[in-house]
Ligand binder design. Sequence first.
Ligand code: ATP
Ligand code: MG
Length: 677
Amino acid sequence: MSAIDQQLRHLNPEQRAAVTAIDGPVLVLAGAGSGKTRVITHKIAWLLDECQIPPERVAAVTFTNKAAREMKERVGRLIPAERAKRLIVSTFHTLGLRILREDYKLLGLKRNFSIFDAEDSRNLIRELLKGDNRDAQDVIDVVQWRISGWKSARVGAEQAVGLAENNQEVMAARIYGQYERHLLAYNAVDFDDLIAKPVMLFEDEPEARERWQNRFRYLLVDEYQDTNGAQYELLRQLTGVRAAFTVVGDDDQSIYAWRGAQPENLANLKNDFPNLKVVKLEQNFRSTSRILRVANTLIANNPHLFDKRLWSQRGEGDNVRIIPCKDGFGEAEQVVARILQHKMENGGSWGDYAILYRGNFQAKPFEKMLREHRIPYHISGGQSFFDRAEVKDLIAYLRLLANPDDDSAFLRIINVPRREVGATTLEKLGGYARERNVSLFSACLEFGLHHVLPARTASRLEEFAVWMGKLGEEAEHSDEPVAVARQLVEEVGYLDWLEETARDPKAFERRRDNIEELFGWMGNIAKRADGDISLTGILNHMSLMDMLDRSGDDPGDTVALMTLHAAKGLEFNHVYLVGMEEELLPHRNNLEGEGLEEERRLFYVGITRAQITLSLTYAKKRRRYGEDLDCTPSRFLEELPEDDLHWLGKTAEDPEQRKETGKTHVAGLRSLLAPET
Ligand code: ATP
Ligand code: MG
């Protein structure tokens, strides 16, 4: 039997059909854990082995960098690692960046363009709104969200003005236009541009479109339900009339509507590609029957575009546990104690356990408790390393080195360490730069600045710019960006400054360690980079580690803590889904209508991560905004099938508790009889 036949044996007939269909577009539409991602990995192997397509001409798109990494690994087990390495497996954003890196000129960008992260974008919007005296947080939020929405829907600034329906939208559309002009002047793009710009390019430049279409012989997309309008368009343009692609998705797991995802894209495929082959998978290979029943019963409360049934052969399994807790602290205590006990009794590894929650802020008590018990854990998708002030400072310095027009980076570091450049100076500098249509950095080098600023200040700025310019040149010709970064930290006296401004010696050490870690990261990226170890290349890479997961390398054998959003596509033997309360899940901004449906899907995603056991916890009180607030158990708990649940710590004799949780007291009675593990 050939290697590839061996591999096909690990698929059921429907999966096999999806893998071997390569003549036209394929959509695999199926529920959680039915082996959609496995179809993608096996199909990649099939394309390489059976169809002899060179690996660099197959592109697979996943939702997070972490998923991309995993996919490469999984494919590496099916084909020689050497070939798997050349595969293109990335997120939509990284794919977009790849295109921009090659065709930046056609879009009016310079080679060393910067990528603005969400905070940079916000700061720019804040600046632009200042002119209107409207720089309140919530206005900034709305404008940012609007601009992002327009970009995802492929609406340009001029068009947005025409479409605006109320004053707020008119204002946002106007800021949008200015925002775009500023980005161009800064030689920068934002995250949405990484998709929107390639789409624009392909619309305007048929030559570029054809070149890229020929580059990729086959495209695969995982988690297709979460693509937005611009991403779908990118896919369409890249595949062209040949339409050699496979996408897999589950409309019940669409959890990014708030970021412009359009699950309708699933239905649209059928219209846009009449010869679309649709494959449905119905066997779930992940979870026990009980877990699956709980998931199916829950999601039946949502309206459905497509009918799906899921069954499992993994046995009935344990009831899904529901654990009421006194408060947030008690919840952490319960979960950690249970993990400890379970592991002691059953062996296994820490990596078998995951704690999932709605919002990152919920992680704190669990972290504390895990640390107290010396349990190794890792958090993905939280306030991350790359958001720390010292890390952002240094990255801003490096960005400015690579791209002197990056005003956002300039503003971040001009006073770090303190250079006594006050607000008035910055305003004058800004005015001068605007008048002359140059970047802040270039303005520092112009003699004319001496006419608008005191001589001493102007000289100081000039010195700074000259020094940066020199270092920038070295950086450009260096093939050791880390060495340049070290030199920068040294010359700028950054560590001394950190020490001066740190709260205490411990804080200083932590920050210094973070700087070291950043150098480590840069070194690793340089090592892994396929050929491009320029400073710009490394910076691009780092800004894309943002998005959903900025998690680094293999977390080893550790308990996983993450949000439900970050858990998509993953699986764990034992899952603790915590904070099952009204206003947490469902989130208080999403208590009705489509918002509520999205929260339900999010819960569905959480449930279906579990392979063997699932525990749901809620607290009766929770400390928020400095107050102990009473909490109500999530309405979703009442939507679950009682026969598959096991409520803990509740007795039918206790009228208080019965009142608290409404109809669940029946299950409470049952728990009296069920032996507790
Ligand atoms: P999700 O919707 O959560 O992304 P999915 O549909 O992508 O799930 P996979 O992650 O591909 O599902 O598969 C779920 C689990 O089932 C994995 O552990 C996978 O290895 C296993 N699996 C998939 N297909 C088969 C099969 N044919 N035989 C045995 N195990 C399988
Ligand atoms: Mg998957």
